[in-house]
Design a protein around this ligand. Structure first.
Ligand SMILES: Nc1nc2c(ncn2[C@@H]2O[C@H](COP(=O)(O)OP(=O)(O)OP(=O)(O)O)[C@@H](O)[C@H]2O)c(=O)[nH]1
Ligand SMILES: [Mg+2]
Ligand SMILES: [Zn+2]
Length: 298
């Protein structure tokens, strides 16, 4: 019998296509089938539940011949990254090109803030190291180290640094690659997983911008047990909404606060009396500008 209506099977949502969900099964089904194209049970959508890439789900009503099924249950999420929307990620890689498109510290910081909002471990990946002087690349690595981030220096063209990056992904369950368009996110995934040949796009124009080549979030198996998500690039992530939480999204502020808490619990670190965060750190101005933007909106 090809239809298996009773039994439920566990799997991972690896991509969304309009109203369909591509689910990779944890255990192979009939005839070695390991991926199913699924609809969502209406009772899930009626409850307003949204299925995301990265969701652990149970599927039922499997048609093994057509490789179709229906998602009947979504497991509670351990984390959710809002944009790009990915559930249950365990690590975030913020990718930025050292050139083409030009690197910009504020843009990088905005990506870091949206990544920090998940509380997950974050690494920075500086790509296109083949196009710049190695001193400049090292300066950037030193700079973000002072912000509180570990970084990888890589080139998807020469494969420099790719082995260290690959090793760091081995132990992570679901890693998400995010960053502006054209920085080489998809190229990195193609290099990490040589069996893939995903579409990449040239950067163009005076500002050497990317062309938004990747349109959807998709998970790919990497290393022994990891998965990595390619995501569409976008150039300016929104700031997180709550001005009182903004400071927690900066490792510099967290570290200063842990060493010695500010005198007032609701300190916004704007030179208040007894503030232990101070002004002597590189991203202070970026923090203040972001804070003022949020305070003006709220
Ligand atoms: N020289 C050089 N070029 C690279 C490198 N990595 C990627 N590129 C080029 O950069 C361009 C953009 O690469 P993509 O991989 O499409 O960039 P992306 O970040 O996935 O872009 P979106 O999908 O639009 O978000 C392509 O022309 C790549 O060949 C690199 O390490 N060195
Ligand atoms: Mg891409
Ligand atoms: Zn303070």
């Amino acid at each position: 019998m090809d239809n298996d209506t009773q039994q439920r099977y566990k799997g991972l949502v690896i991509a969304l296509h309009a109203n369909f969900y591509q689910v990779r099964l944890h255990d192979e089904g009939l005839n070695g089938t390991n991926e199913l194209l699924c609809i969502a049970r209406t009772r899930l959508t009626q409850k307003g539940e949204r299925i995301c890439v990265g969701d652990q789900v149970e599927v039922e009503a499997v048609d093994w011949k057509e490789k179709r099924a229906a998602v009947a249950y979504i497991s509670p999420r351990l984390s959710i990254l809002e944009r790009p929307m990915v559930a249950n990620c365990t690590k975030i890689l913020v990718v930025i090109a050292l050139i083409q498109p030009n690197i910009n510290a504020d843009q990088l910081s905005r990506f870091l803030l949206s990544a920090e909002a998940t509380d997950l471990p974050i690494d920075i990946v500086f790509n296109k190291s083949d196009l710049v002087d190695s001193c400049l690349a090292k300066q950037w690595q030193e700079r973000v180290k002072k912000w509180g981030y570990h970084s990888f220096l890589v080139s998807s063209v020469t494969t420099t640094g790719m082995e260290q990056l690959r090793q760091s992904l081995n132990n992570s369950n679901i890693s998400v690659i995010c960053g502006p368009s054209g920085v080489g996110k998809t190229s990195l995934i193609n290099t990490l997983i040589p069996s893939l040949s995903l579409k990449v796009g040239k950067v163009s124009g005076r500002l050497q911008r990317g062309r938004h080549t990747t349109r959807h979030v998709q998970l790919f198996p990497v290393g022994t047990s990891g998965m990595i998500a390619d995501t569409p690039g976008f150039n300016r992530p929104n700031l997180p909404k709550d001005p009182h939480r903004l400071g927690w999204l900066f490792p510099e502020i967290r570290n200063a606060f842990t060493r010695k808490p500010c005198r007032f619990r609701n300190c916004l670190h704007q030179r208040e009396l007894g503030c232990s965060v101070g002004t002597e750190w590189e991203r202070y101005n970026f923090y203040i500008q972001s804070l003022e933007t949020l305070l003006a909106i709220n």
